[in-house]
Design a binder for this molecule. Structure first.
Ligand code: AKG
Length: 492
């Protein structure tokens, strides 16, 4: 979308094209520079040819979805299905059903003739299977491999080994399927759609269409305010709607829909949400914004609360999916994982200079965390008093470096990081992979190294100090690595 002019008010103009190119001809460096860092959308082709899903999930003539295949192989899975005809709060109304039930609905629908696509009969449900954690449920099937451009994915790498919440009262009901990961399958008949939104944690999103075509509308950050109500709480639901000017005073659209807008088709797609060094700050900015809203909401009961901060954090976890302590644990472990990798490059492979590109990735990560942790220092949740009254589970999970290093879940994260960056490195064509072997001598050298840096992290300030000491010890303090920490996320 682009800004339009005229009638004295800025308008959301639906026009413009997203760049399109062959992903096989793009290097990782170019991808970072041209798309990831400036936060620019792109269509990359040629990256799904060897996916098993691209063969199994299509009908024999290759034109539509192979619905029977889903019913036969995955029919018992219980999934979330949205009814695109029914709004519920700010989203579409959802229900649970089995894949077999959904496929049977879809097959019946396909038999109906003459359905208009965008002006569908609103009295009938129009069902869209969403947010299916397919990969988690069927890991052995290996439906696809994530293209290397999208593998620097801190969110899913972390969730493969860690729970997002530590607090027992939060994690009982929240850690389950919803937080299992952010790798999804979406599938729906033509006409299904998703309301205007910004993604979870303001993460990046990639989507691979296994079957059919979708239209995407992207709203650049500079235009975001045009789709919100005057309190910046809710946004326009559907860009096709007649939007009330009273409710959304900024919204006026100038429509120039692409010619092929009506040719959307039955689709199956794989969608991941992910964040990394280039957009970590968006996650913190969102948490801080939502925290302030949550706090303001209960400010009048502050005086009668035993643990006001704890209540704010619980509400934040419930509303946003993560709270400040969850995030602190996450960035601490990510930091330690990156330090482990740097250490190995230095001590096992001999010198950082022999693997400059790879070490730059780890250093860039540390610099990004440092920048965010610097902002976090000022949050009320991290005052001495509030840290001391946060739960043991939370405190232990970010404070005791030695203990963390010995945990199985941390070691799994660390190995996953190594494999990920080796894979990115291969894409960078830096040279052959060097196997990192763990032996007791290296382990003890590493523990000496980490102990020399300090053994406790009592909050974001200590994390900043730790990163500074690592950068100093590895002679990277003056590395010239470009991490834009404050680009803005897109609304989709
Ligand atoms: O594919 C869709 O319908 C929307 C997916 C989505 O919401 C996203 O990836 O952000």
């Amino acid at each position: 979308m682009e800004a339009g002019k005229g009638l004295g008010r800025p308008a959301v103009a639906i026009s413009g094209e997203v760049e399109r190119l062959d992903g096989r001809t793009l290097s990782y460096d170019e991808f970072v520079e041209r798309y990831l860092m400036p936060n620019r959308p792109v269509v990359l082709t040629g990256l799904m040819d060897d996916w098993r899903a691209a063969a199994d999930w299509l009908s024999p003539d290759g034109r539509g979805p192979n619905l029977h295949f889903f019913a036969d192989h995955f029919g018992k899975s219980v999934v979330q299905v949205a009814d695109c005809s029914t709004k519920e709060f700010t989203d579409q109304k959802r229900q649970e059903m089995t894949v077999a039930e959904f496929i049977s609905y879809w097959l019946k629908l396909s038999l109906e003739k003459g359905r208009s696509v965008l002006c569908n009969d609103e009295s009938k449900p129009l069902l869209y299977l969403k947010d299916w954690h397919f990969n988690k449920e069927y890991p052995d099937y290996v439906a696809y491999t994530t293209p290397p451009f999208f593998t620097d994915d801190w969110l899913n790498l972390y969730l493969d080994s860690h729970l997002i919440h530590r607090d027992s009262d939060i994690h009982r009901d929240k850690n389950e399927a919803n937080c299992a990961d952010y790798r999804f399958v979406y599938m729906g008949p033509k006409g299904t759609w998703t309301p205007l939104h910004a993604d979870v944690f303001r993460s990046y999103s990639w989507s691979g269409n296994v079957c059919g075509r979708k239209h995407w509308f992207f709203l650049p950050p500079s235009q975001c305010q045009l789709v919100f109500d005057r309190y910046l709480r809710s946004s326009v639901y559907s860009i096709y709607d007649d939007v009330s000017e009273k409710k959304f005073p900024g919204f006026r659209k100038v429509v120039r829909y692409p010619n092929d807008i009506f040719y959307v088709e039955d689709t199956i797609s794989i969608n991941h949400n992910w964040f990394n060094a280039y957009n970590l700050s968006w996650v913190w900015n969102l948490l801080l914004r939502d925290y302030n809203v949550a706090k303001e909401y209960i400010e009048d009961i502050r005086d009668i609360c035993d643990n006001f901060e704890g209540l704010c954090q619980r509400n934040l976890a419930a509303n946003t999916g993560m709270n400040f302590y969850d995030f602190m644990i996450f960035i601490t472990r990510y930091t330690l994982g990156n330090i482990v990798q740097l250490f190995h490059l230095k001590h096992v492979e001999g010198s950082l200079n022999s693997s400059v590109t790879r070490s730059n990735l780890f250093i860039a990560n540390l610099i990004s965390v440092r920048s965010v942790a610097t902002k976090m220092k000022f949050a009320e949740a991290f005052t001495e008093e509030n840290i001391n009254s946060c739960s043991e589970e939370n405190l232990n999970a970010f404070s005791d470096i030695q203990k963390i290093m010995h945990e199985r879940e941390f070691q799994d994260l660390s190995s996953a990081l190594r494999m990920t960056y080796e894979c990115i490195n291969t894409k960078l064509k830096e040279g052959s992979l060097t196997e990192i072997t763990r032996d007791s001598e290296t382990d003890s050298a590493f523990f000496d190294f980490i102990t020399s840096l300090g053994s406790k992290i009592h909050g974001p300030g200590d994390l900043v100090g730790l990163i500074d000491r690592v950068l100093e010890k590895t002679n990277c303090s003056n590395c010239n690595i470009n991490i834009p920490c404050d680009a803005e996320p897109f609304v989709v």
